[in-house]
Design a protein around this ligand. Structure first.
Ligand code: FES
Length: 91
């Protein structure tokens, strides 16, 4: 893959930036997220986390199971504040 391929579209993070971070010793999704902000965009990593995990696996020789995925935190989809406040039903 070319270095300029964008992996995290929300935060405009490229493959080359992720590989450089791994080469500098960041080898978990959380570490890479904290430094590069990938996974912190509007999609909250739903688009890029799996790709980043795969890059980590390739570069470190670890399995995808070893790398793991961050847990999705609710709400997993946009919810109006009135629904959270109990003023309205979601239906
Ligand atoms: S593509 Fe990475 S946070 Fe959305």
């Amino acid at each position: 893959m070319k270095d300029d391929v964008v992996i995290c579209r929300c935060e405009d993070v490229t493959y080359g930036q992720i590989v450089q971070a791994i080469d500098e010793g960041l080898t978990t999704l959380e570490e890479i997220k904290r430094v590069l902000r990938c996974g912190m965009g509007p999609c909250q990593g739903r688009t890029c986390s799996r790709l980043i995990a795969r890059i980590i696996a390739e570069k470190t020789g670890r399995s995808m199971d070893e790398i793991g995925f961050p847990l999705d935190r609710p709400p997993v989809r946009p919810v109006e504040i009135g629904i959270l406040a109990g003023e309205r039903d979601e239906a």
